[in-house]
Design a protein around this ligand. Structure first.
Ligand SMILES: [Zn+2]
Length: 130
């Protein structure tokens, strides 16, 4: 997807803000977070030290970035993590259903649908859970 390798974010260094080139992300003392001196946004560095996360309570999923040496590179971690299980379920579930429709009486596959349908929902829930 992107050619540049993510670098470890230095919690003692200053970085340009994601919002604009003029904003400056400054480390917030005793935290793993950075605050912008222009837009007042707060960003948190995750445990790996490679990913910067937008600190937002209302967003459905958090925006994340990698530092690639000279700029921030947007990483849709959540989207990527969700994509594989979702695409798998989209492919596998109809095949499984088709199999049951062909080989089992209707009542039995209706019961199975109620067991299989919550699985993608569970995968999405797991992917979005932090
Ligand atoms: Zn900013």
């Amino acid at each position: 997807m992107y050619s540049h390798k993510a670098e470890k974010i230095d919690l003692n260094a200053e970085y340009p803000c994601i919002c604009s080139r003029r904003g400056c992300l400054k480390p917030i003392a005793l935290t793993d977070a950075f605050g912008c001196d222009r837009c007042q946004q707060i960003f948190v560095v995750d445990r790996s030290g490679l990913t910067l996360e937008e600190l937002s309570t209302h967003a459905p999923y958090k925006k994340t970035w990698h530092w690639i040496g000279n700029q921030w590179n947007r990483t849709d971690t959540t989207l990527r993590d969700t994509f594989l299980p979702l695409s798998m379920s989209i492919v596998v579930i109809p095949l499984v259903l088709l199999f049951f429709v062909r080989h089992f009486p209707a009542i039995l596959w209706i019961v199975l649908v109620f067991i299989i349908v919550p699985i993608p929902a569970l995968l999405v829930w797991l992917a979005y859970r932090r």
